[in-house]
Design a protein around this ligand. Structure first.
Ligand code: ADP
Length: 537
């Protein structure tokens, strides 16, 4: 199982299994973040509310100022003064003849025109505008009457001046009344507007305050609910992660990295499960195959026995025929041919017999009966067993003098079979007149001392195409071979805890087969009577 960096295991988890303390901590930090977010939003709302209140206050002050200005404009005495003074300036001019009074009159005219303009700007209602229109019209007439009276005075038309003065008096009274009415109407309107503005202001302030308060409460409530609804499941999930991590004995870092680490671990576990599944499937397939092979082996063994029995009878009969024919030189050609054929059939039967016996040996479990044997006697028996094949191939066996070798614990019959197979192969591979060397020695193999029995020939060596199939059963390149010799020999070597190695000779033509046997076996294994193994011959 992979482990995560050690920093995760130091103090981050509970004693023993590393992972339950961080889970609530991480969830608490989430809760803390939610609380902070709520507080921040409340503060933000408070700031917005404060800004709104201050701008409402500014608006109220501005309204008050405008209202004060408007009420000042509606000061009755001011308007009357502006009107009365104009008549006074005209009369003063006529009494004194001083032109400066006319300048004063012009100044008074301009001031009244300004008043009219400002009153126009503040007039909201139709009534106010109607009254102002009448004031403007009547004032125009009054002003024209002033101009006409001054002109009459300059001409010396006293009678006309008196009449005009009389009309001015009446017009002025009307105008003053009109102005009074305008001031009254406009004041009522201004006061009404001020009351409405103040009411609106109060309502806006209340609305702002209540909505801010509502926002703050909502933010608190949402924060609380989110903390409950979101943080709690996360907290529970983290506890589950922690407990899962405990169960599969891994260390996971806190927070999101922990989820990812757990996911990776689970992925690795799943991959391992898949690999194991595949391996089990392969083993099952091999088991089925081996059961099939075992069944075939049993059937083959029975079949082989069934063949061997009649074959022995046939062999005996053929040998009888071969022997019963006259061997004299002047025998009839038919009798000679019959004898030759009987010999041939006998040889073929021997070959088939050998093949079947080999198959039987290969198919059966070997179960070697070990006994202490001298290497010398093993070599001698093997040479003897391969003598006929060597003679046929016209090859000589050169047995190198063995060094002083210890006894080995082997099944001699099996060992002789394996070694003689190698000698026969070497003889068959070598050219006529060649020499097969049999060289015993002791050498290490995989760190252990082994008895090495080397068989060197002078043949063509092992071809590249042959090498991968050398020890496969039924693989042969010989026209009359059966491909069981090396497979069987390798089985025998392995049953003894050894191995057969094959390679081409270095620096010389030919192949080199080495049968390696462990030396330590001597004395450590219970020897069984040698006679037991004869049945496998
Ligand atoms: P068989 O002798 O019936 O062919 P073996 O299992 O003994 O069966 O040998 C398998 C094959 O290995 C042979 O057919 C041959 O091609 C190859 N072989 C075995 N011994 C030698 C050798 N000494 N030199 C070259 N090839 C060899």
């Amino acid at each position: 199982m992979d482990t995560l960096p050690s920093s995760f295991s130091q103090g981050a988890g509970p004693p023993g299994l590393h992972s339950s303390r961080w889970a609530p901590t991480s969830s608490q930090s989430l809760t803390k973040q939610i609380v902070v977010a709520s507080v921040v939003s409340i503060v933000a709302l408070a700031i917005v509310c404060g800004l709104g209140l201050s701008s409402l206050r500014r608006l109220s002050l501005q309204n008050d100022a405008e209202m004060a200005q408007r009420l000042a404009l509606l000061d009755e005495s001011e308007v009357f003064q502006l009107l009365l003074y104009q008549k006074g300036f005209a009369v003063d001019f006529m009494f004194t003849g001083d032109e400066r009074w006319l300048h004063e009159l012009d100044q008074g005219r301009r001031e009244f025109a300004d008043w009219l303009t400002q009153a126009d700007r503040t007039a909201d209602t139709t009534e106010e505008r109607r009254l102002l229109e009448r004031i403007r019209r009547d004032y125009r007439q009054l002003d024209e009457e002033h101009t006409a009276m001054i002109a009459s005075f300059r001409r010396g038309a006293d009678q006309e001046v008196r009449l005009q003065h009389q009309r001015i008096y009446t017009q002025l009274n009307d105008l003053v009344r009109l102005s009074e009415e305008f001031v009254r109407t406009s004041s009522v309107q201004a006061r009404h507007e001020r009351a409405v503005a103040q009411r609106t202001l109060r309502r806006d302030t209340a609305l702002l305050l209540s909505s801010s308060l509502l926002g703050m409460v909502t933010s608190l409530l949402v924060g609380f609910l989110v903390a409950r609804r979101v943080a709690r499941p996360i907290y529970e999930l983290q506890l589950q992660v922690a407990s899962a991590a405990q169960r599969i004995r891994i260390e996971v870092p806190p927070g999101r990295a922990g989820f990812e680490a757990l996911g990776e671990h689970m992925g690795a576990i799943l991959r391992k499960i898949e690999e194991t599944d595949a391996a089990i499937a392969e083993q099952r397939r091999l088991l089925i195959q081996s059961e099939k092979m075992s069944a075939i082996g049993e059937v083959s063994a029975k079949l082989a026995h069934e063949i061997l029995n009649p074959l022995t009878g046939i062999k005996a009969a053929v040998q009888l025929v071969a022997r019963s024919q006259p061997q004299h030189p002047d025998d009839s050609p038919t009798a000679k041919a019959l004898s030759d054929t009987a010999q041939l059939v006998s040889q073929e039967i021997a070959r088939v017999e050998q093949l079947i016996r080999r198959m039987l040996t290969y198919a059966r479990p070997l179960a070697p009966r070990l006994a202490p044997c001298s290497v010398d006697s093993l070599l001698a028996m093997s040479i003897e067993a391969s003598r006929q094949a060597c003679a046929q191939a016209e090859v000589r066996i050169d047995q190198r003098e063995p060094p002083s070798l210890p006894q080995v614990m082997v099944d001699p019959m099996l060992l002789v079979q394996a070694l003689s197979n190698l000698l026969v192969n070497a003889a068959q591979a070598s050219p006529p007149g060649g020499t097969v060397v049999l060289e015993p020695s002791i050498r290490p193999y995989e760190g252990k001392p082994m008895l090495a029995l080397r068989v060197l020939d002078e043949g063509l060596g092992i071809a590249d195409s042959v090498a991968p199939h050398l020890f496969q059963p039924f693989y042969t390149t010989k026209p009359r071979g059966n491909g069981l010799g090396l497979a069987l020999s390798q089985n025998i070597a392995r049953e003894h805890g050894g191995i057969i190695l094959a390679q081409n000779r270095s620096g010389q033509r030919g192949a080199e087969f080495t049968l390696l046997l462990p030396l330590h076996a001597v004395g450590s294994t219970q020897a069984r009577p040698e006679s037991d193994s004869t049945e496998r011959a």
